[in-house]
Design a protein around this ligand. Structure first.
Ligand code: CP
Length: 336
């Protein structure tokens, strides 16, 4: 494995190996396996966890890293082919990415969805354009409709918490004041299905995930013995749930139409996860969220600060699983 772009590119043995390696580096965090190696991080969009955990992880493995934020202290990057570059972007990825790859042993890139055309975003245009011109190891730090590093950390979190492989996983839409991307819900959904879980997508009408994303998850469930369903009935979804994973996403039904999407979303301000969501049928369920999260908008303080919250463990696991990914793509992925 020298690229980590989608968890679904990996077979079961490869995922199991990464999780074992992550546990190994968690137990023995400081090592010199990547001494002298360099990681280049390209962030076209903001981050806290991904940026900090990759830099910390690379340092703990004996290597170093540099960060490029195109358009913010670095030249803006153009990703489209055949365009007349008379706008803000001064550099095309066709030149920029091979240059950066020449300075680094591995590259990570974050490139969110444009949010204007659903079919376009579902085709991962920016990640594909970058992958095509970047030689060597490449890691997806969150793209238009995927976040494999988050998904792998979430898988480890479920294992850490002894959530049964066939347990009940509810991915719930939550209200947010902004129209957010589909990357985390898509990745969490497919991860849980791939793990073999009985997955329910709980969402209001108009917020059903695109068929392409649901079909990918259904295929993953088909391989693992899991299942994927969707509903707008909260009580039914949460009956016997082991996990409630909350995330907001923009309405696929009104994708790219800001006014229509906002009007739809504003009808559901009450979709803020509270303790009452868990009683009585999911009283022991864990609460998961990828962070960042808006308190008392997406989830109440009582849930986020209470014993069911796994958000800090999820964030910590980003460090461990990404160190495993770095070791693997750089040929040092032996479990000791
Ligand atoms: N969950 C996650 O990717 O966090 P950041 O956006 O802060 O990197």
């Amino acid at each position: 494995m020298n690229r980590f772009l989608d968890l679904e590119d990996l077979d079961d043995a490869a995922i199991a190996h990464l999780l074992a390696l992550a546990n190994d580096v968690e137990a023995r965090p400081a090592r010199q396996d990547l001494a002298g190696r360099v990681l280049g991080l390209v962030f076209m969009n903001p981050s806290v966890r991904t940026l900090a955990s990759f830099q910390a992880g690379m340092a703990q493995l004996g290597g170093s890293s540099f960060v490029i934020t195109p358009g913010q202290g670095s030249w803006g990057f153009e990703t489209r082919t055949g365009v007349v570059m008379d706008g803000i972007a001064a550099e095309h990825v066709r030149e920029g990415m091979p240059v950066l790859a020449g300075y680094a042993d591995a590259i990570g890139v974050r490139c969110f969805a444009g949010g204007e055309r659903l079919d376009h975003d579902l085709s991962e245009p920016v990640l594909s354009a970058i992958a095509a011109v970047t030689p060597g190891p490449l890691i997806n730090l969150e793209s238009a409709v995927n976040h494999p590093c988050q998904a792998l950390a979430d898988w480890k979190t479920l294992d850490d918490l002894d959530v049964p492989r066939t347990g009940r996983f509810v991915l719930s839409w939550a209200y947010h004041k902004k129209a957010l991307p589909l990357a985390v819900p898509a990745a969490a959904l497919t991860m849980a299905a791939r793990r073999g879980m009985a997955v329910t997508v709980l969402r209001p009408d108009g917020f059903g995930l695109p068929p392409q994303i649901m079909e990918t998850a259904a295929q993953a469930a088909g391989f693992s013995g899991g299942s994927v369903n969707e509903t707008s009935d909260r009580a039914a979804a949460l009956e016997g749930a082991h996990v409630l994973y909350a995330k907001s996403w923009q309405s696929p039904a009104a994708y790219g139409d800001a006014d229509a999407e906002s009007a739809l979303r504003e009808q559901h301000r009450d979709w803020c996860v509270g303790e009452d969501w868990f009683a009585p049928s999911a009283s022991d369920a864990h609460f998961m969220h990828c962070l960042p999260v808006r308190r008392n908008v997406v989830v109440d303080d009582a849930v986020l600060d209470g014993p069911r919250s796994a958000v800090q463990r999820q964030a910590n696991n980003r460090l461990h699983v990404q160190k495993a990914v770095l070791l693997e793509v750089l040929g040092k992925g032996t479990v000791t």
